[in-house]
Design a protein around this ligand. Structure first.
Ligand code: ATP
Ligand code: MG
Length: 337
């Protein structure tokens, strides 16, 4: 973790590939909200360029969701007065920085990145992976370093990206002179929220999420379809708590820990039905999501105001990017004119 005497510059973001879900909330957003009050500078990026790396044929989807993810963050409490909110594609210096970093990274290293590896598998890319997708960890290093950010609130899946960013920092500083500092990640209390289907990660692309925009009815429906213990058929049967998605969620979202301990005991013994547990979970999740959804609906009434926030933030972030790029060009001896 970063030393206390180092000023915190926080940067984080979302891919605009869909609306945001509970995984984002517990993995990153909660920390974003906390850190915007503590950091010297705080940035939030809509990573539309990164989203296009595996959605080249869906530009409309990325455009629509650029607004949606910004609305999600505002509804959760991200404050544009404290956090500079910007759109990645509107800062060309980030792309330039990524291109310069590309020389410092080998193809073998990119292919070894465990998150890239598992996402490539999940998307069935094989050797036909878009080059832009394969190099997204490099572009992510540029997203972070243009702002000289040093603290990145992310879910656990992003840890390998931060490691790769630090390798780029080391190579750059060694070859061109001390320019960038090391970056730390900060994972949330729940580093990786499982999907409603029991898949190891709730993800926009896997269609296994409960969204911050879901209605009470939708929440209830998704909870009712959740994976529990396939051998727990009759109420009186004893049930398994480990690997039971409903209990995993109750552990995270239900604040009454003592009652959950009791419920687990009862479930293991037999005599507690899945429906009772699921109804409880649906209620807990509705209580968390309803105020966010209602704020979301209000904010969504005025999309122009949201775009204004993003435009203003982009202007401010770009000033930082221009400053950093001047420094980088100088260090790399390509500052001709
Ligand atoms: P995609 O499938 O398009 O990659 P995603 O659901 O993984 O979408 P991202 O925009 O890639 O969402 O992630 C934004 C942030 O939220 C990252 O910091 C990521 O680590 C975090 N995050 C996403 N899903 C989860 C999850 N299930 N648990 C914890 N953190 C998560
Ligand atoms: Mg992702």
């Amino acid at each position: 973790m970063e030393k206390n005497n180092i000023k915190k510059t926080v940067l984080t973001g979302d891919r605009p590939t869909g609306k945001l879900h509970l995984g984002h909330f517990v993995g990153s957003i909660q920390n974003r909200l906390k850190l915007q009050n503590e950091a010297e500078k705080s940035f939030y990026m809509v990573a539309d360029m990164q989203a296009l790396t595996d959605n080249a044929e869906n530009p409309e989807k990325i455009r629509i969701n650029t607004l949606e993810v910004a609305i999600d963050n505002l509804a959760c409490g991200l404050d544009p007065q404290k956090t500079t909110m910007f759109i990645q594609s509107q800062i060309p210096e980030i792309a330039e920085l990524a291109l310069l970093f590309m020389n410092l990274v080998t193809l073998a290293r990119l292919k070894r990145n465990p998150t890239v590896k598992s996402e490539m598998k999940q998307k069935g890319f094989g050797e036909d992976v878009p080059a832009g997708f394969l190099i997204y960890p490099v572009s992510q290093a540029a997203d972070i370093l243009f702002a000289k950010a040093n603290l990145i609130p992310v879910g656990e899946d992003q840890k390998p990206m931060i490691e790769q960013t630090n390798e780029i920092v080391d190579s750059f500083n060694r070859i061109y002179g001390e320019t960038f500092g090391h970056v730390s990640h900060l994972v949330g209390e729940t580093p990786r929220l499982v999907g409603t289907d029991g898949n190891s990660k709730m993800s926009k692309s896997l269609n296994n999420g409960i969204y911050l925009s879901d209605s009470d009815e939708v929440i209830e429906k998704k909870v009712m379809e959740m994976y529990t213990d396939p051998n727990h058929i009759h109420v009186e049967d004893s049930g398994k708590v480990e690997g039971n998605v409903v209990f995993m969620y109750l552990d995270i979202f239900d604040s009454n820990k003592e009652e959950i301990i009791e419920l687990k005991k009862q479930y293991q013994k037999g005599g507690l039905g899945d429906v009772v547990l699921k109804k409880r979970l649906a209620k807990v999740l509705s209580e968390l999501i309803t105020p966010i959804r209602e704020r979301r609906e209000k904010i969504a009434e005025n999309p122009k105001a949201v775009m204004d926030i993003l435009q203003e933030g982009t202007k401010k972030a770009r000033e930082e990017a221009i400053k950093t790029l001047n420094e980088v060009r100088q260090a790399m001896k390509i500052d001709f004119f």
